[in-house]
Design a protein around this ligand. Structure first.
Ligand SMILES: Nc1ncnc2c1ncn2[C@@H]1O[C@H](COP(=O)(O)OP(=O)(O)OP(=O)(O)O)[C@@H](O)[C@H]1O
Ligand SMILES: [Mg+2]
Length: 279
């Protein structure tokens, strides 16, 4: 008779879609920017990577999508796994084939191409024209504004339309996971709301998983399931969006909800904040 499986094996949870384990990133061989960052993104979740300027959010996303080399950066410690497979050595194109795409900070649409031409560049790994056409219609269904502006040169569209175009282009690769860098940057509050609403819809209806880097903590916590707060290349706090939104330090330093006697996070030395986070 076979011995029963040990409880731990029988109940083993599947690995998270993305598992970042203690990564260190160094730029130009000397500048240590990430100092052991760990995070997990479960399939189907929206996970927020929060923190102020220079905290290391973009660097973390670049490390995952293997876009560090062009910046003269490298992962020098730790591991990154997608569905249990190590991905640190994979090219960005190999990651796209595995369903992971990044939308870069600052939008990066091709200014001289039309919105539709921009969207089609996102399908460069796909060869079935029928599927690509169907995917394009799906993107237009989520972003009706892009359909109206499909023939316009990207340079002459609004910041919000360019952000939508950048997300739409990523969706043309039919991804399972999107790494979204500062979707709210430079956009009016109403447009930010619209962009986040579409992200939530894509998550609900298409089951696309998102890891999004944001300085707009309030907005990110309204839409995310879980969040990590980065400061100076370290995760100082993580928790469900509701836990983070209710935390006094997060309220004070990141949500601007401190009373008159309390200080803004920029006014408090980071080591003092870290002492409080880790207390
Ligand atoms: N290519 C690079 N070469 C050298 N240092 C870099 C490079 N890119 C980023 N850094 C440094 O790494 C640190 C983290 O930068 P990163 O862009 O990851 O932060 P961030 O959290 O995305 O900030 P922001 O909210 O301003 O976008 C900063 O100190 C930055 O100056
Ligand atoms: Mg950034």
């Amino acid at each position: 008779m076979n011995a029963p499986l040990p409880a731990a094996t029988a109940a083993a949870a599947p690995p998270p879609l993305l598992d970042v384990n203690g990564i260190e990133v160094i730029y130009h061989h000397v500048i240590l920017v990430l100092k052991g960052v760990s995070l997990a993104v479960p399939e189907g979740a929206i996970v927020a990577l929060l923190g102020g300027n220079g905290a290391g959010k973009t660097t973390t996303l670049r490390a995952i999508s293997n876009l560090l080399a062009g910046e003269r950066g490298e992962v020098t410690k730790g591991s990154i796994q997608l569905r249990g497979e190590r991905i640190e050595k994979l090219s960005p194109a190999a990651l796209v084939e595995r369903g992971v795409v990044q939308v870069m900070e600052g939008r990066h649409c091709f200014a001289h191409l039309s919105i539709e031409e921009n969207l089609l560049t996102g399908a460069y790994t796909r060869h079935d024209k029928g599927e690509v056409a169907a995917n394009l219609e799906k993107v237009y269904a989520y972003f009706p504004r892009l359909k109206t502006r499909r023939g316009s040169q990207a340079a002459y569209t609004s910041g919000g339309e360019q952000q939508m175009c950048a997300i739409g282009r990523a969706l043309m690769a039919n991804p399972r996971m999107v790494l979204l860098d500062e979707p709210s940057m430079g956009l009016a509050p109403q447009i930010v709301e619209e962009v986040f609403g579409i992200v939530k819809d894509l998550n609900d209806k298409e089951k696309v998983t998102f890891l999004l880097a944001e300085q707009n903590t309030a907005m990110a916590l309204r839409y995310a399931d879980y969040g990590y707060i980065l400061e100076s290349g370290r995760v100082v706090m993580d928790g469900s969006a509701a836990t983070l939104a209710g935390n006094e330090d997060v309220k004070e330093f990141y949500l601007g909800m401190g009373g008159a006697a309390r200080k803004n996070f920029r006014d408090v030395k980071s080591y003092k904040r870290r002492k409080r986070w880790l207390a």
